[in-house]
Design a binder for this molecule. Structure first.
Ligand code: SF4
Ligand code: SF4
Length: 461
């Protein structure tokens, strides 16, 4: 392959083939992590309004019991991840680097930690509205990392019709194997979750897209469909080429169905609703027994841990405790929440593991040192050629360096960037383009908030 072709990414038709590093954990079954001596459950683990506490200091709680209610439709409740006692309601560090309110719970060491909370519910006889409400009660959010409340996606937007549920089982991010293991070990839950989504949305079809580097998962899902053909009518499983970022909503919809989600539009604009596969597995498991989300599967991996694995982690487990269990090495240089492409460095080891944490990647000084030096842009256009949504990252980067954030949004479609980091990855000058774009979006959000506040004050004057 010509060097120029490699740098421009032309041989790939957008997107990248990045080293996967999945073999570290893809063959390891899901194992439960022990409970930490203290769990910290933030009230804001999702997109939308924070949850509102239902418990007070000193109160005893049972594993699975609701401890905070949803703060509105765009919000979800929280459930106690352990049987124990509420130690305090206080601020705790968050992955964003700031502080947020959280419920601190000390587990009872002698408790069995069985989930005794919940009761069966008959989903088959529920209306779509009742299903949406029941899904909100589970507290489930997008477990692929977005943490968007799942029940909101299960409500058909006004004026739209959904005919197909798309289930995202790509897990294209390097190192991560959470979804892979869930598909292998819980295929029936995935299918049940898909059927619930189909019922809520009135969709006749569901298609599960899985990258072709996980053919064992494709087989497990197809076998589960065959085992109950009547119940699973309308559900199919398709393998798609392994390529980063194949799991990005727009790319997956294009490769599976040949449809284009419009710029600034939603999948509902083309009759679709897209869910992560682990999210639907949780819905399939929790909804029939009216239980809440109290734990999730997290891949803990990378050269910085001696015991990598796919761990079932109680929500609220401190990162430091999880790393100790995975036998973290002494020369760790960086801990990333998520994968190396879309993840973000953890600012503190005291932050708790929340609903949106798909993985913990632990790197040593050796891997981090390799890419630290930044050089000037050489205008090679590699970033332009690789961007899956045809943006101009080079020019956006230039504007970001001049603090022209507003222009990036109004004239150069900054908000369409879904931060896949392909542009940063191919840049021979190691320019951290995606970090610039995150900062620019944050600056624009803050400016919009200031303007809204000013307008409100003006209206009340
Ligand atoms: S991070 Fe944004 S600009 Fe860069 S390649 Fe991905 S979508 Fe394009
Ligand atoms: S930002 Fe990097 S990849 Fe893009 S044109 Fe400049 S040097 Fe090339």
């Amino acid at each position: 392959m010509a060097l120029l072709e490699f740098f421009t990414g032309k041989h790939l038709d957008r997107g990248l083939h990045v080293p996967e590093h999945k073999d570290l954990t893809s063959g390891l079954p899901i194992r439960r992590l022990p409970f930490a001596p203290m769990l910290v459950v933030p009230l804001s683990q999702h997109a939308g309004a924070p949850a509102i506490p239902l418990v007070h200091e000193g109160q005893e709680v049972v594993r699975g019991e609701p401890i905070a209610k949803a703060g509105g439709f765009m919000s979800v409740p929280m459930h106690s991840p352990v049987t124990g006692r509420v130690t305090k309601l206080a601020l705790a560090p968050t992955a964003r680097g700031d502080l947020g309110m959280a419920i601190y719970i000390t587990p009872y060491q002698a408790a069995s930690q069985e989930v005794l909370y919940g009761a069966p519910q008959d989903i088959e006889n529920m209306t779509p509205e009742e299903i949406v409400q029941a899904v909100q009660n589970t507290g489930v959010v997008g477990l692929g990392g977005a943490a968007f409340p799942t029940h909101v996606k299960m409500k058909v937007p006004d004026g739209k019709k959904i005919d197909t549920v798309v289930v995202n089982g790509c897990e294209c991010e390097p190192y991560l194997t959470t979804d892979h293991r869930v598909m292998l070990e819980y295929p029936k839950d995935v299918l049940y979750g898909a059927r619930i989504a189909m019922r809520a949305l009135g969709a006749a079809n569901a298609v599960i897209g899985v990258e072709d580097n996980k053919m064992d998962a494709v087989e497990a899902l197809r076998n589960a469909i065959d085992a109950n053909r009547t119940a699973n009518v309308g559900i199919t499983v398709e393998s798609v080429p392994a390529k980063y970022p194949q799991g990005a909503e727009k790319m997956l919809v294009k490769v599976l169905l040949g449809l284009e989600v419009p710029t600034r539009g939603l999948p509902a604009d083309v009759g679709l609703a897209v869910f992560n596969v682990a999210t639907l597995a949780q819905i399939g498991e929790l909804l029939p027994v009216r239980q809440g989300l109290i734990e999730r599967v997290v891949t803990i991996t990378g050269p910085g841990v001696r015991k990598p694995g796919n761990y079932l982690v109680a929500l609220g487990t401190p990162l430091r405790f999880a790393l100790e269990q995975a036998d973290c090495r002494d020369d760790v240089s960086s801990v990333i929440l998520g994968g190396p492409m879309m993840g973000a460095a953890a600012g503190s080891l005291d932050i708790p593991i929340t609903k949106g944490v798909t993985g913990i990647l632990v790197l040593t000084q050796k891997e981090v040192k390799a890419s630290s030096q930044i050089y000037a842009c050489i205008h090679c256009a590699a970033c332009v050629d690789v961007c899956p949504i045809h943006l101009n990252p080079s020019h956006l980067g230039l504007l970001a360096r001049k603090d022209r954030y507003e222009e990036m949004e109004t004239d150069y479609h900054l908000m369409d960037c879904f931060e896949c980091a392909c542009c940063s990855y191919v840049c021979p000058s190691h320019i951290p383009l995606v970090q610039y774009f995150r900062v620019a979006k944050q600056m624009n959000r803050e400016r919009a908030n200031r303007e809204r506040l000013k307008a409100k004050e003006g209206a009340h004057a």
